[in-house]
Design a protein around this ligand. Structure first.
Ligand SMILES: Cc1cc2nc3c(=O)[nH]c(=O)nc-3n(C[C@H](O)[C@H](O)[C@H](O)COP(=O)(O)OP(=O)(O)OC[C@H]3O[C@@H](n4cnc5c(N)ncnc54)[C@H](O)[C@@H]3O)c2cc1C
Length: 371
């Protein structure tokens, strides 16, 4: 019996489990490690913050998916990996061995320690859920109303999140004026075309968000009646560096064209936790597109077949939700936004996102176990 160990309930591992549910591989013991049974789909997180979706609507149910694939779901977190001994150390105290390992553990964010006041870090998503639910409960109870929302980070996550949070808080506290500002060290939405940036600036202005680019965050700007969203660039999990696997300067796991960690034929890494050369943006679309290649290559490694290569798409579709029933659609140098096109782009985004979640529902729960 060969042991295939999947670390993380990321977008690519969801596809590995779905592929396994459709076609299990006999003689393989499959196990997935995740801190929770529900894995939020990042593209829908701003919609959940805005109150458009319930939390369960934006999640892939890994318990159901693992059951359909005949896999064991271990609710735990990876703490360390011993590559030579082929052992993973878990936060709950246990250990797991593997014959073939795959990492899809995403990335993290670490706001500076000791910031005063209410700070909402956009990652990890499990902790964001608890923090946001608690804050909403306080607001509903009328405790310490928020009159200012700040955001550090001018990428897609920062923009979408500040618009979503403002829309939700203003709906909850219609009588309470809320000012807002977004601060970013770089430019707004680096990498996106000028037309998309113009549309985004218009949406931020409409929502009353003052935008400061090329500026460092000043902790002294935190207001006691405020809420700070932390949405700076994705960071690698610190333990990744200690694995001895080849990492980029930022600690992301360096992979080859078949998605294997460099020099490690039995270890794969995909999505945000991996470092492609040249670097790819940390966006869910890449983790999603790596999924089918990863599923095929794990199976090929176990059966001694040839591996497929992954080629990142040159122009990814980006759909930014602006929390006003609209979205900004951009691909290559083109962008669609405005009153009518924006509403159409939102319906398009909603259909794509709901469709992605639906792909993992209704897979036969009693598919034969791959043992
Ligand atoms: C608010 C927000 C909005 C975003 N919107 C978009 C968008 O619209 N489009 C887009 O393309 N990108 C978007 N992104 C970026 C996107 O979130 C990431 O690029 C994407 O989630 C990466 O997918 P992944 O599969 O690599 O990892 P994730 O989806 O992050 O999955 C990683 C999994 O690993 C688990 N995990 C973490 N640590 C451990 C551990 N130690 N042990 C075990 N499991 C662990 C996590 O719980 C999680 O289940 C957004 C990001 C944020 C923060």
């Amino acid at each position: 019996m060969k042991r295939l160990l999947l670390l993380g309930a990321g977008h690519a591992h969801a596809q590995v489990l779905a592929a396994w549910a459709r076609a299990p591989l006999p003689g393989v013991q499959l196990c997935v490690v995740s801190p929770g049974a529900l894995a939020p789909y990042s593209g829908m997180v701003p919609g959940w913050l805005a109150g458009t979706y319930r939390f369960d609507e934006i999640c892939i149910d890994f318990a159901a998916l693992a059951a359909a694939a005949g896999a064991e779901l271990l609710i735990d977190e990876v703490q360390a990996i011993d590559i030579a001994a082929r052992q993973v150390q878990l936060a709950g105290g246990g250990q797991r061995g593997w014959d073939l390992l795959s990492l899809n553990v995403g990335s993290t964010l670490v706001p500076p320690a000791g910031l005063p006041g209410r700070v909402l870090s956009l990652r990890p998503l499990g902790r964001l859920r608890a923090a946001w639910d608690e804050l909403l409960a306080q607001q509903a109870a009328g405790a310490a109303p928020i009159s200012h929302v700040g955001c550090v980070g001018g990428g897609a996550a920062g923009v979408e999140s500040i618009l979503a949070v403002l829309a939700r808080l203003r709906a909850l506290q219609p009588a309470q004026p809320i000012s807002a500002q977004l601060v970013t060290r770089g430019s707004l939405l680096p990498g996106l075309p000028p037309a998309a940036v113009r549309g985004t600036r218009a949406a931020l202005q409409q929502a009353g968000v003052a935008v400061h680019t090329g500026q460092d965050f000043d902790p002294a700007s935190i207001r006691p009646d405020g809420l700070l969203l932390w949405a700076t660039g994705a960071l690698a999990h610190p333990w990744q560096r200690d694995t001895g696997l080849a990492t980029s300067d930022g600690g992301f796991l360096r992979i080859d064209a078949t998605l294997r960690c460099l020099g490690q034929p039995q270890v794969f890494a995909v999505g945000d936790c991996a470092a492609w050369s040249p670097p790819l943006p940390k966006a869910g679309v890449y983790a999603v597109r790596m999924g089918p290649v990863l599923a095929a290559n794990l199976r090929a490694t176990l059966t001694g077949q040839a591996l497929r290569t992954y080629a990142p798409q040159r122009r990814a579709l980006v759909l930014l939700a602006t929390a006003d029933g609209r979205a900004i659609a951009t691909r290559g140098g083109a962008a669609l936004h405005g009153p009518w096109l924006g509403r159409w782009a939102w319906r398009w985004k909603d259909r794509i996102d709901r469709g992605f979640i639906a792909r993992f529902q209704g897979l036969a729960p009693d598919a034969p176990a791959p043992r």
